[in-house]
Design a protein around this ligand. Structure first.
Ligand code: SAM
Length: 222
């Protein structure tokens, strides 16, 4: 199959099951207008995150990597009215666009965008006694994935769920000669998971409009 076919099938699935969505479409348009990179999850992946949060009954969500708030809005839609989502973003401009998008989507009351290096923000959250969160979505700079997993394990409740995006990287993750820090960080995350006695985890390969990649699904043992 070609990437054109993957994109066509993604559009078919999206047309069947995800449909047009003004708040999310506006978030994408505002992000593009502000010059943000098009590296958000696809609509089908966003809906999957929403469904995971909904099925899990998540009331508190932590997201690492906000960009323009596209995945944030999908996740926030799964929360009950008194639910809470904290999302961490390094770039002030991304955070500013995300705040406007989240506000327009009607979630300003339950979503907090924190600006700064996520490893620092995670340490602050832990110091504040935030969490434990029901669900953590990891989707920031990939070289720091080992650190994000370490913090996610500390900040997720027993029975909670962690989702990590982009863990296959076009298949490069299985090439030991590939020393790209993003690949190395992701491979290290896999190694840590394989040796972590407190979790049950898998990784699922995906193709679609975002190319060939995959996500990790992790459950913290009770
Ligand atoms: N989750 C978003 C979505 O699907 O709509 C996409 C997030 S994008 C793939 C990754 C984001 O992580 C970018 O906005 C980038 O600025 C941010 N980022 C990169 N390094 C970071 C760091 N050290 N701390 C926090 N955020 C970081």
């Amino acid at each position: 199959m070609t990437s054109e076919q993957w994109s066509a099938v993604d559009a078919y699935i999206s047309g069947l099951l995800v449909n047009g969505d003004p708040a999310l479409d506006e978030a994408l348009a505002a992000s593009a207008a502000a010059g943000l990179p098009r590296i958000e999850v696809s609509p089908n992946q966003g809906k999957m995150l929403h469904l995971i949060a909904k099925i899990h009954g998540a009331r508190s969500i932590l997201e690492i990597g906000t960009l323009g708030g596209y995945s944030t809005i999908w996740l926030a839609r799964a929360l009950p009215p008194d639910g809470r989502l904290v999302t961490l973003e390094y770039e002030p401009k991304h955070a500013e666009v995300a705040r406007a998008n989240i506000d327009r989507a009607g979630f300003a009351d339950r979503v907090e965008v924190r600006v700064g290096p996520a490893l620092d923000s995670l340490a602050v959250l832990h110091h504040e006694g935030a969490g434990p969160f029901d669900l953590v979505f990891v989707d920031a700079d990939k070289p720091n994935n080992p650190g994000y997993l370490t913090w996610a394990l500390k900040l997720t409740r027993p029975g909670g769920v962690i989702v990590v995006d982009n863990v296959v990287r076009g298949g490069r993750v299985v090439d030991p000669a590939d020393t790209d820090p993003a690949v190395v960080g992701t491979r290290e995350l896999g190694r840590m998971l394989s040796e972590e006695p407190r979790v049950s985890a898998t990784m699922v390969q995906t193709v679609g409009s975002k190319g060939y990649d995959g996500f990790a699904l992790i459950r913290i043992d009770d």
